[in-house]
Ligand binder design. Structure first.
Ligand code: SF4
Ligand code: SF4
Length: 230
């Protein structure tokens, strides 16, 4: 933090460094804007509509390289981690590099991973082929052990309400999921499905291990397809 503040001072630009509480999903643009500016982005609106633009450091750096150095986006920093990996690291790699090469660079596996996830532990997706290439959106790769993967089986919803408490967007994940499960996407839309940030908080706290975030993703996809057709 002090290093960043010092760099901002030295840049002699109208910059302010603000530190926030460590909590998930603080990095989501709507949560970030509320925490930093106190302004709320209305449902279905974009940050620009409240006079803000949110860009992460990697994007700002890529814009600098493209505009000032005339360098296209050909590489990015990827966090390679997880208990199954020998030597976790942050690596700067060329886009298109197979994930197997990153794992090799980290010394390979110390045990057979139960799951390889691309992205973060909450929002990432499982891959089954280590030849999958790094793309401009690959922020992390996790090689998880069976101890790190919760293998509990799904049961029926017990109406505990934990998913509602956990949702940073104030949604009702349990009822959204029920509508999506019955292919009633219009009712899910009326409950605010499109405001879901796919942060995974609801699924993380669900004692019944219901794949809530996967349901939200599917529901949003189906709604988008429906809107394109109509
Ligand atoms: S994934 Fe779940 S917790 Fe996160 S915004 Fe969507 S419904 Fe809410
Ligand atoms: S957390 Fe899971 S079990 Fe509890 S209400 Fe939500 S969906 Fe149902």
């Amino acid at each position: 933090m002090e290093v960043i503040k010092k760099a901002a001072e030295n840049a002699k630009l109208p910059l302010e460094v603000v530190s926030l509480k460590v909590k998930y999903p603080q990095g989501d643009e709507k949560q970030l804007l509320k925490a930093v500016t106190g302004r709320e982005v209305p449902s279905g609106a974009l940050p620009i509509e409240i006079g803000c633009v949110v860009s992460n450091v990697g994007t700002v750096h890529a814009v600098y390289e493209a505009v000032v150095l005339d360098k296209p986006l050909i590489e990015r920093v990827v966090t390679v981690s997880g208990g199954a990996l020998k030597n976790p690291q942050n690596l700067k790699v060329r886009i298109g590099t197979p994930i197997s090469s990153l794992i090799e660079e980290c010394g390979g596996f110390k045990e057979v991973p139960a799951k390889i996830v691309v992205g973060g532990p909450m929002m990432g997706f499982t891959i089954y082929d280590l030849d999958t290439p790094v793309t401009k959106g690959t922020s992390g790769i996790l090689a998880l052990t069976s101890r790190e993967v919760n293998g509990a089986h799904r049961t029926a919803c017990i109406s505990c309400g934990r998913c509602i408490e956990a949702c940073p967007m104030g949604l009702d994940p349990t009822n959204l999921f029920k509508y999506i499960d019955h292919s009633d996407y219009d009712s899910a839309d009326s409950l605010g499905l499109m405001d879901c940030k796919e942060c995974g908080s609801c699924g993380f706290v669900c004692l019944a291990r219901i794949p809530l975030v996967q349901g939200m993703r599917l529901g949003k996809k189906m709604l988008r397809m429906k809107k394109v057709k109509s």
